[in-house]
Design a binder for this molecule. Sequence first.
Ligand SMILES: Cc1cc2nc3c(=O)[nH]c(=O)nc-3n(C[C@H](O)[C@H](O)[C@H](O)COP(=O)(O)OP(=O)(O)OC[C@H]3O[C@@H](n4cnc5c(N)ncnc54)[C@H](O)[C@@H]3O)c2cc1C
Length: 510
Amino acid sequence: MTSVIVIGAGIGGLATAGRLARQGYQVSLFEKNAHPGGRVSFLEKDGYRFDAGPTLFLMPEVFAETYTALGERMQDHLDLVRLDPTYRVHFHDDSEIDLSSSMEKMRGQLDAIETGSFESFLRFMAEGYRHYNLSLERFVGRNFTSIYQYFSPANIPLLFKLKALIKHADNTARYFKDPRLQAAFSFQNMYLGLSPYDAPATFSLLQYTELADGVWFPMGGMYKVIESLASIVEGLGVRFHYDTPVKQINVEGKRTTGITLEDDSRIPADIVIANADLPYVYDQLLPDDGTATRLSQKKFTSSTLMFYWGVKGERSPELLHHNVFLADHRYRDSFDSIFKDLTLPEEPSFYVCAPTRTDPSFAPQDGDSLMVLVPVGHMDENNSQNWASLEARARNTVIERLTKLGVKDLENRITFEAKWGPPYYRNALNLMKGSAFGLSHNFTQVGYLRPHNRHARFGNLYFAGASTHPGTGLPIVLLSAQLTVERILAEQALPSQRSFQIPSQLMERV
Ligand SMILES: Cc1cc2nc3c(=O)[nH]c(=O)nc-3n(C[C@H](O)[C@H](O)[C@H](O)COP(=O)(O)OP(=O)(O)OC[C@H]3O[C@@H](n4cnc5c(N)ncnc54)[C@H](O)[C@@H]3O)c2cc1C
């Protein structure tokens, strides 16, 4: 039986392991932490519960495809609720907009902010629809094994159709004059840790998918996705090894021969797949051939300062399940602070998740559970960053703004608090530079130009996860697992599969 080792039990590692086990491979999975999920994690204390990583469940059809590929039905494992409004966006001048799939609700709100902007919104959504379908079909949902496939004569016009060379913020400004609407339809790049002033306009697909396919919530929380996948994958025969960090990927000539663990034991394998963050894998687990240095010079996504607050007392009616607070007229400068100066903007934008609005079990009856995400620059190896002081400033900003909104006596009602930041991501999850979303997605770091899902020299070493093709975000990482497995099946067929293969010349005659 062909043996496979997967390094990392992030959502990408779980999906890859399960898909291969279902194809008859003998799969072992090694995870440094005590539980699966990686960036998708869960905190619980005194009845207060928190999704500690992702909170937005987008593109449900991609999740459903993964469950199907593992022989299951998503609806048997997840109780999904569609959220509408998807979220409330608060602007610096105290005005707000509830983004909704109801066109009537959108018309009234948009035209109140900018006359005629509802028509622009419809055109913007139509463009997002085109971007979504074209990029999924032609770029995101397929492997590129040669540069000629990527820059093929058929693909070049697509780069223009997808507005890949135009910045998202510039494109949004073509549709909306009011800076608040420009911000409301471009900040979503931050889900991928990108600046709208750097991300390609292709990403208008994000706003489209949110309102058309919806923003969903699995009752019980996002970690339900991980719990269900881990149990399905285990049922398919994958052997899990938790608390078992991999120290090295062993190589000989042009192949990997397996892995070495922290205790120096060597585990052989026919195929190795690294789900751990790809730049870290080149830097720490593979022999130095210069790639790690080149990767470290690429653009990385932002990081985040996270606060998890168990709040005693009333569940403030001012907050919906998802709430976004955007910075003032220095909105553009705030992205420069994050992506160029690698710090916290003077006036940070932030996001608050209050899941009790959908699932009351996230907090005791007389309390609330709030998760706050404040985007911040990733770690800077050339300059020291005072994380404690940035964290304190972010915390004050959030408390002040929520108090201004009407959340009463917040500071004194916080009875439980946990805080995570870039050093946590680097130390706990081995994310290079503590960058929360991995390598960035600017034009030179996507498609064929993104690090490939197979090592250039070691032909049986593969990658699946956020920093390889196609990129970051849960559904996109699930696609990464699918594409990596497709490539393995094409390149490393099991001996049993090989003996049944009919040569292509014969096939043509049949
Ligand atoms: C705060 C935050 C909010 C987010 N919000 C959203 C959202 O709302 N919606 C969305 O779709 N996406 C969101 N994302 C992005 C999403 O979480 C990631 O893109 C995705 O989880 C990455 O999965 P992965 O499998 O590639 O990597 P990871 O989750 O990083 O998994 C890699 C695994 O490898 C393990 N590992 C590392 N080194 C070793 C080693 N040496 N040996 C063994 N194991 C090792 C790690 O412990 C980890 O478990 C968010 C991310 C963050 C951080």
